[in-house]
Each structure stands twice: as C-alpha cells, then as structure tokens.
Design a protein around this ligand. Structure first.
Ligand SMILES: [Zn+2]
Length: 254
C-alpha cells in the first residue's frame, strides 16, 4: 500500500511515518496493554460479532452492506467470539463531565461524543419467568415507569429468545424473526426510520412491582450490548486499520 501511495505521488512526509505494523511501534502498544492489564483496565469476554466465513475476519457494523461483507459479498453471520475489551466505562462519568467543560465545539460534536460515551444512570430490575427457573435482568433509565410496563422485550441476539420459545407455538415465528433481524445491516436496524418490529416468544414474566403477567417479546429495537456495543465497534475499527501506515490510520480517525 505504501508503494502504491508513493506511486500516486501524494506529498506525504515519509520521515514522519508511524506504521502500526512496525515492531518499534507495536512493542510500545504491547507494553501499554500489559500495564492496562495489570491495572484491570482490560478484560476478556464473549460477544456477538459480524463474521465473514470467506474472509475469516470480524467486520465492523459499517463493513456489513445489506447483510453481506463489503469486501467479498459473502453473507455475514453472527458469531459468538471471545475478545479483549477496554474497561473505558470506568471513565464514563469523568468523560461526560468534561464534555460540559469543553468550549468552542459545535453542539453536534459534543452530542456525538456524549452518545458515544453512552453512559446512563438507571437500575437493573429482575423479572422472573413464569413457570421457569429463569430470571431476566433489565436495565432501565426509568425504573419509575415499571408500574405501567405492559411487555418485556429481548434483543434477537439474546440466547433466551430461542430457549423461551422452544416447544411453544411461537417457536418457528421467533426463529424466522431472529434470522431476519440478524442478517439485516446495522444501519437499517438502528436507523431513524427503521420500523420497530417484535414477535411474542410464547413466554411470560412477572412484574416484580405489581405481580402482573407480562408477555416476553423479541424485538429488533433492543440492542444486546446496550452501553458496550459502541465500545465493541470502536475496537474493531482499530483492528480494521491497524495494518495501514500511520498517517493513513490518522486520516481514518479524523
Ligand atoms: Zn468477506
């Protein structure tokens, strides 16, 4: 790629190049990573990722076009994979506080930054599933509205969707709906004019406040990794550009 860029005659100052694939660069990246590991700022966990079987690589949401890989056109599958995560949520309140202290930035940029930090205060409410030994934890920023809750929705990626519908009359419908949503590209799922859709799983849970039965739905507008999904996308953006020369990488950041 560097050879190609040189042939194109761009006026880069190659003396100032930083190449992330160069050992003299990534040894410090690795050094820094180990310090973060020591301080419990990185951890491993499983997450659902977009995966292209033919390229054998994870794709960022932006690299999935109409359910297919941007590079080769193969259908993208959702795969559970173990990966490293930065515990940046630890700094969320501090980052948010500083958003208010920044002056001279357009409000649009500050809002984007706030959304990216994705910090929200709320409560985790536990719902028992009727007739089953299963409890569903739901995060909400509005626990005060619990009294009026009429249904509970799960993200299509949630393993409970299939488990709850198994053996009920809803099983086939749930399976079909999950496949449809998971092969949809991200933008059309979370975009502003995306249609909100859901399917009944066949199971009920109990409202802990009123004792009333609530039907459990699987719905496309519920995001499995609410709060951390953004972090995940951020990490894969890095992996997608880490082989480029430094100045190309910085172009992608701006
Ligand atoms: Zn591919």
């Amino acid at each position: 790629m560097k050879r190609q860029l040189k042939r194109l005659g761009y006026s880069y100052d190659w003396d100032r190049e930083i190449a992330t694939c160069d050992p003299s660069y990534y040894r410090w990246e690795q050094w820094l990573f180990l310090r973060m590991l020591e301080h419990d700022l990185v951890y491993r966990r499983k997450s659902i990722v977009n995966y292209c079987e033919s390229c054998q690589t994870v794709l960022a949401n932006e690299q999935v076009v109409d359910g297919s890989c941007w590079r080769c056109g193969e259908s993208v599958v959702q795969k559970e994979q173990e990966g490293w995560f930065f515990r940046i949520t630890k700094y969320a309140p501090e980052l948010l506080e500083w958003c208010d202290k920044l002056t001279g930035w357009p409000e649009k940029v500050i809002t984007m930054q706030r959304n990216w930090i994705g910090y929200s205060e709320g409560a985790r409410i536990l719902f028992e599933v009727e007739g089953r030994d299963i409890v569903i934890g739901v995060f909400t920023t509005r626990p005060d509205t619990l009294h009026g809750a009429t249904f509970l929705s799960l993200a299509p990626e949630h393993p409970l969707c299939l488990k709850l519908s198994r053996g009920t009359r809803q099983e086939a419908k749930v399976r079909e709906f999950i496949n449809k949503v998971l092969t949809q590209d991200w933008a059309s799922r979370v975009g502003e004019d995306a249609e909100k859709e859901g399917v009944f799983t066949g199971a009920y849970c109990i409202n802990p406040l009123t004792g009333r039965r609530l039907p459990i739905f699987v719905a496309n507008f519920v995001l499995y990794e609410y709060g951390t999904g953004r972090l995940w996308r951020f990490l894969h953006m890095i992996s997608a550009i880490s082989c480029l020369p430094g100045n190309m990488a910085s172009t992608s950041w701006s």
